[in-house]
Ligand binder design. Sequence first.
Ligand code: PMP
Length: 369
Amino acid sequence: MSDVRIDDLPVRDELRGKSPYGAPQLDVPVRLNTNENPYPLPEPLVERIAERVREAARNLNRYPDRDAVELRTQLAKYLTDTSGHEVGMANVWAANGSNEVIQQLLQTFGGPGRTAIGFEPSYSMHGLISRGTGTGWISGPRNDDFTIDVTAAGKAIAEHRPDVVFITTPNNPTGNAVPRETVLALYEAAQAAKPSMVVVDEAYVEFSHGDSLLPLLEGRPNLVVSRTMSKAFGAAGLRLGYLAAHPAVVDAVQLVRLPYHLSAVTQATALAALEHTDVLLKYVEQLKTERDRLVSELGAAGYEVVESDANFVQFGRFEDSHTAWQKILDRGVLVRDNGIPGWLRVSAGTPEENDAFLDAVRDLQRFVG
Ligand code: PMP
């Protein structure tokens, strides 16, 4: 039995020899590798979740609200309140993490015979979910300093005429935000080429120095902004992602979503968290301060650092980033090796966790160049 491997099974050709997403989940004292929020949910919110879930439990014999109307209404309110751009329930759709949002978008607008493009290095799941949905993946260009060159990116869009364009801002793993003008130019390029859907992945936008691109939705029905409660809301374990777009986009994803995909427990928990938005956003402010401290202290220690608008920092350069990763791990601190030669990524933790990380990297032998 045990000698049967994946490739002995009749798996789809495009999955053969591939690896699944797999950030290590190691039991070490300081885990700064998956851009989680280090602060546990505050106790009054935990109590409120318990209350809401208890209520939901009384109806678990029934399927949940398939359209998640109350939750989408509250998410729309959160987006409106924080961006100043009016977002309504009909503009919002939610799923189990923004990964599922992205999957539903690719099932709807990508698929066999279609392609998607992203500007790499960027969030690796855009490519992996493309592959999983039978969508061809195109790796678009990015400059050496991790900014997007509008001309080069526009040329790639014109040449490949993708059906879906991903723009991650702030970008993961590099942390830098994409200027509004770049997003606008790429949207225009994508419409001229096909037209295609442009997905702006704003998973980290609450940590940004700048504003959300939600106002760009006005008059652009092929634009989608995706968001998550995994980072700013400190609720990665909840699995709640959402999008804002023209109501027609929300209608379109209904064609592929599984019925009752968002459990009553998930909806109840997310609603409780949204009641505590103000407190949770205070943690975001603390994390932004810590993120800025990481940038300046890494710089002071002689590292190259990418300016960050997210809750993590990309730093280098190492001759051998994997060895550096291991040495930091030997000090009890888990950071992320994204396979970008010369660079590692660290998520902003609590002040104590960041101190442990900074101590570890200050001691590390450095190779610049
Ligand atoms: N987009 C980006 C850019 C991310 O970095 C992540 C998580 N690492 C996600 C989406 C997915 O987040 P989730 O599924 O937890 O909402």
